[in-house]
Write a protein that binds this ligand. Structure first.
Ligand code: URA
Length: 440
């Protein structure tokens, strides 16, 4: 085969077959296909798209470019969740222990925050001592004991994605539904899972803000699951305002502990339980969404989920005392409040601006090598639909670094809109999709 023929075929609107796709992906590791030819193919894919079967074949080839975890010795159904990323999106830390306590095996490989979005690994690392860099044999041992493990991407899992993502970043070819879908699913399916629940965000703070784009991405990933024999379903959820009240790493861990104790913000509880229920249904531990919700709620009420999280922290080198004493999490030295300019009802809390502002005060990264401040963040005191009087606080900014504080304050102040009327309620879960079918 010759790369130039494959590029030409896609350039001219043709359909690549499984052998051509596998050969190109294999060529990354073997060196047979240089960067410039892959770059040309990526641009041809952006311009001419891939159909469902090409996308599935690309995912399969990328997944097979490295190791695929063999978890067949573990009896429990292996199910994970992936979110396309948002602001205050901390459901992984809640649902993984609930799902494990309810009988699933959750081998969760997560990412770091970049730009305005947060990342699970950064949140976990705000727990003193917590290690996300376990090697695969350490991870397997934690998984065997606890039914869950939470680690970062390793060099062994889907290495083709790392190479392709770097090229896409440098060649303006990130924005393609088949490339995004294959990138996400190749990494997730390399975890050796049977089923996957996707939380595809839509709205202001989402990676893809337009609902139609989120829908297409969700549909593409469900179709890949169907083609590769994995149960994949998706919830499309709103990222118009931050999820929960806390945005920033240790603040978010503390909020997750609240939820695992049966308290906490209602939107965060709702989405976490809905995602867990879907995981339980796909993993055949619940016959229906309602039963899944009841099981999830029970493992919060009886303390099993919180206990599982405590054991996870201990198993991964963290200080388990944070569970009962959240004051042991890093705290910021300074705080400042943003106050309402007028009385009324909060009609908007723009997620992207809040995410961007928290990044500026050190809670996130503007570049992959930026250093995070685990304690920095924002706590929302009012959310959409809440009443506020003039000069009452809307949120509190917690910070150690003041270099970009003025800019962050302005962004946050402008992120809030206050109106005279209650805004029409918009649903948190916008749509549900299963493999090849829409379910709303
Ligand atoms: N997240 C990924 O893992 N890959 C993409 O291409 C986009 C978002």
């Amino acid at each position: 085969m010759r790369a130039v023929d494959i590029i030409r075929k896609k350039r001219d609107g043709g359909r690549l077959d499984a052998a051509e796709i596998a050969w190109m992906v294999h060529g990354i590791a073997s060196g047979e296909v240089p960067d410039y030819q892959w770059s040309a193919l990526l641009m041809a894919i952006v311009l001419n798209d891939m159909d469902a079967s090409e996308t599935a074949q690309l995912t399969d080839a990328m997944m097979r470019s490295g190791s695929i975890l063999d978890l067949s010795n573990l009896e429990a159904p292996k199910v994970d969740k992936h979110s396309t990323g948002g602001v205050g999106d901390k459901t992984s830390l809640i649902l993984a222990p609930i799902a494990a306590a309810a009988g699933l095996c959750v081998p969760m490989v997560s990412g770091r925050g970049l730009g305005h979005t947060g990342g699970t690994l950064d949140k976990l690392e705000s727990i003193p001592g917590f290690r996300v860099d376990l090697d695969l044999s350490e991870a397997r041992s934690v998984l065997e004991r606890l039914g869950l493990v939470m680690i970062g991407q390793t060099a062994e899992l889907a290495p083709a994605d790392r190479f392709l993502y770097a090229l896409r970043d440098a060649t303006a070819t990130v924005e393609s539904i088949p490339l995004i879908a294959a990138s996400i699913l190749s990494k997730k399916l390399a975890e050796g899972i049977d089923a996957l629940v996707l939380d595809v965000k839509t709205g202001d703070g989402a990676f893809l803000p337009q609902l139609e784009d989120s829908r297409q991405l969700a549909r593409a990933m469900c179709n890949i699951g169907a083609s590769l024999g994995k149960a994949v379903s998706a919830l499309i959820s709103s990222m118009e305002q931050p999820l929960g009240n806390a945005v920033g790493n240790s603040l978010e861990v503390a909020e997750c502990l609240e939820v695992l104790r049966g308290r906490g913000p209602s939107d965060l509880i709702e989405l976490s339980l809905e995602l867990t229920a879907e995981m339980l249904v796909l993993g055949k531990q619940a016959r229906s969404r309602e039963e899944g919700l009841a099981i999830s709620q029970r493992s919060i009420d009886d303390g099993c989920a919180l206990e599982r999280f405590r054991r996870l922290i201990e198993a991964q080198g963290g200080d388990p005392r944070v569970v009962d004493e959240p004051d042991r999490l890093p705290t910021a030295e300074h705080a400042v409040e943003i106050r309402a300019r007028r009385s009324g009802i909060v009609s908007r809390v723009a997620a992207r601006a809040i995410g961007h502002a928290t990044m500026l005060i050190g809670a996130g990264r503007s570049r992959v090598d930026s250093r995070i401040d685990p304690a920095a963040g924002v706590v929302l005191l009012r959310k959409v639909g809440d009443e506020v009087e003039e000069n009452e606080p809307l949120c509190r900014i917690l910070y150690n670094r003041s270099t970009h504080l003025a800019e962050a304050r302005e962004l946050i102040a402008n992120a809030f809109s206050i109106a005279d009327q209650v805004p029409s309620p918009s649903p948190l879960i916008v749509e549900r999709l299963g493999s090849n079918e829409e379910r709303t």
